[in-house]
Design a protein around this ligand. Structure first.
Ligand code: SF4
Length: 361
């Protein structure tokens, strides 16, 4: 039987604790277990910007685990390319949390890497996650410039080293994300749906939704969340792949959705803002670009106003690893496109650097 549990409200810590109590998950916990919590700290921005996991959710988990004699869970994460995880731990409130409860933070960018094979791919994964007796995935429900949404399945990309993140984009993103989820199988997913940004992975346009969602099946949860953001689950490539690989099952007529405190649901939250990204994407020739690089370009295009005015770009902007070593006309973004006529350097370049170039065009 497939079940999704959702709680609504604004008291994030107590909501998390209550949701965990009602989920029955305590039956699977025992004292002394090694528990690893994987939040989303993709960038060093506070959770109210819509990109990162609220520390209050992780604090609710820590308090719940304590009730079962688990006093030293580990928080493990690796921010995206170009962002320092330690900076993110600090800005996102996780250093303070670790200090308060005397728990360990692990920057997976510095972790040992273990190679595993799945679905014809050789994937490097950070060792910390193999040591866990119980793995808790705590993604943010938000939009993504390339994959449309990011939630449970894609959050595991923080469990791989930076070199592997580049590799995933080089081989098409959806298949390796799904394959990764056949190797790492979190025991529990708690989705931060408090105020995710439905447009950008790096936040900046948070939409208040005041919900936390709990479940065991990442495909079920992601397919439900895709619909919350205005997509059909089959529009998301890695959800389709994950179904094919047997990771889980999508939402269907028999799915049970338990809603707690529905009266706290915000009345006017418009989660579907993906139109803007679709429009800006028409200005880009993207071939295997890394998320941080692509998001920086989308962000800069949005700021520049070029997308709104239309017709100002005569040739699409090139970005991605498939352009490496290739001579080309027009503007390229990132070191991979340095043989373009014009180029914004960096791996990845910052949005402000791209914006500067766009303004000069
Ligand atoms: S330049 Fe951009 S697309 Fe190329 S490897 Fe660096 S981050 Fe990835």
């Amino acid at each position: 039987m497939s079940t999704i549990n959702i709680i609504y409200g604004t008291e994030i810590l107590t909501m998390t604790y209550e949701l965990l109590c009602k989920s029955g998950i305590g039956e699977r916990l025992r004292g002394g277990m090694k528990v690893v919590i994987k939040p989303n700290l993709v960038v060093a921005k506070s959770a109210d910007e819509g990109a990162t996991t609220h520390p209050e959710i992780v604090e609710g988990i820590i308090l719940f685990l304590k009730d079962f004699g688990i006093v030293s869970p580990i928080i493990a994460e690796g921010s995206w390319l170009g962002e320092g995880t330690e900076r993110a731990f600090d800005r996102c409130g996780y250093n303070a949390l670790a200090k308060k409860y005397g728990i360990k933070l692990i920057n997976t960018k510095k972790d040992k890497v273990i190679k595993k094979n799945a679905h014809g791919l050789s994937l490097g994964i950070c060792a910390t996650f193999f040591d866990a007796d119980f793995l808790i995935n705590v993604p943010v429900l938000k939009g993504h410039c390339q994959t449309k949404i990011t939630c449970c399945l894609k959050n595991l990309k923080g469990c791989i080293p930076d070199s592997e993140k580049r590799h995933y984009h080089d081989i098409g993103l959806h298949k390796p994300i799904a394959a990764l989820n056949t190797i790492l199988k979190p025991d529990l997913h708690l989705i931060d749906g408090v105020c995710g940004d439905p447009t950008f992975e790096e936040g900046g346009n948070p939409v208040q939704s005041n919900q936390i969602i709990l479940g065991n099946d990442p495909v079920l949860l992601d397919s439900y969340c895709a619909m919350l953001l205005g997509y059909r689950p089959d529009e998301i490539g890695y959800i389709r792949c994950a179904i094919d690989y047997g990771v889980g099952n999508p939402v269907n007529a028999s799915t049970i959705i338990n809603k707690i405190n529905s009266e706290n649901k915000p009345k006017n939250n418009t989660l579907n803002q993906s139109q803007l990204v679709r429009k800006l994407a028409q200005l880009i020739d993207e071939r295997n670009a890394c998320s941080a690089c692509y998001a920086a370009l989308i962000f800069a295009l949005n700021k520049s106003g070029i997308g709104k005015l239309g017709g100002e770009i005569t040739e699409k902007i090139k970005i991605g690893q498939a352009f490496r070593g290739k001579q080309s006309t027009g503007l390229g973004v990132g070191d991979c496109t340095k043989r373009c006529e014009e180029n914004v350097s960096g791996c990845p370049p910052t949005a402000s650097k791209i914006l500067e170039k766009l303004k000069g065009l």
